[in-house]
Design a protein around this ligand. Structure first.
Ligand code: HEM
Length: 180
């Protein structure tokens, strides 16, 4: 049972994060150039991807006792949706929250992997998986671009995200790679 849960929790989430990251890179040649020149920054790139487009948007809780969140009363038994993506864009916590900032202070303090007792057990694995893939992909290519045949030209892109309340990820992604 544990193995099944680990597999289920870890596969789609990591795959979707990788897709979100490659889509971002494909549309930002300047970021590609930066990361090719300074692969050490791939770590920060992944953290900003997690903050801005983490693959898990929400998580759920049931209040075990009467409590409150801010000014809102939450009676025992209430189901609560916690918006990780919302918190990760909170202007009270993040300066210029929609900007992609590789040098952001405390860049790992986002909530893309949750927080507290149930913090993602696979966070280190997911970070390593995506980092190794991006390092190798960037080192072996001179250009990563979206396929216009599948996604249309710049300004008229068609990118479809899965209609999921929980997962942030593309239904499909087609890229063209140019070797070195
Ligand atoms: C980018 C990839 C991933 C994201 C965004 C992600 C996100 C999350 C989040 C937000 C939670 C907390 C859920 C909650 O508080 O209710 C969580 C829990 C969990 N994750 Fe991940 N996860 C990822 C990858 C993985 C991987 C690779 C594995 C396993 C190999 C994994 C296994 C788990 C497990 C077992 C839990 C439950 C922990 C507990 O309840 O104590 N996740 N994950």
């Amino acid at each position: 049972m544990l193995a099944v849960f680990l597999f289920a929790a870890g596969q789609d989430t990591s795959a979707k994060l990788l897709g979100n990251a490659i889509r971002y890179l494909a549309e930002n040649t300047a970021m590609q150039a930066t990361l090719r020149e300074y692969p050490v920054k791939i770590h920060a790139f992944i953290e900003e991807m997690l903050r801005l487009e983490g693959s898990t948007k929400v998580t759920f809780r049931v209040a075990r006792k009467d409590t409150h969140i801010g000014d809102v009363a939450v009676p025992a038994g209430t189901r609560v949706v916690s918006s990780l993506a919302g918190a990760n864009h909170d202007p009270a916590r993040w300066a210029d929250p929609h900007a992609f900032v590789l040098e952001r202070p405390k860049i790992m303090e986002h909530l893309a992997f949750g927080r507290g007792a149930h913090t993602c057990i696979g966070a280190a694995l997911a970070r390593a998986e995506v980092r190794v893939i991006l390092e190798r992909l960037l080192a072996r290519t001179s250009r990563i671009a979206l396929s216009e045949a599948h996604h249309g030209p710049p300004g008229k892109r068609e990118l479809h995200y899965e209609p999921s309340y929980i997962i942030r990820g593309l239904e499909s992604l087609h890229v063209e790679l140019t070797g070195k």
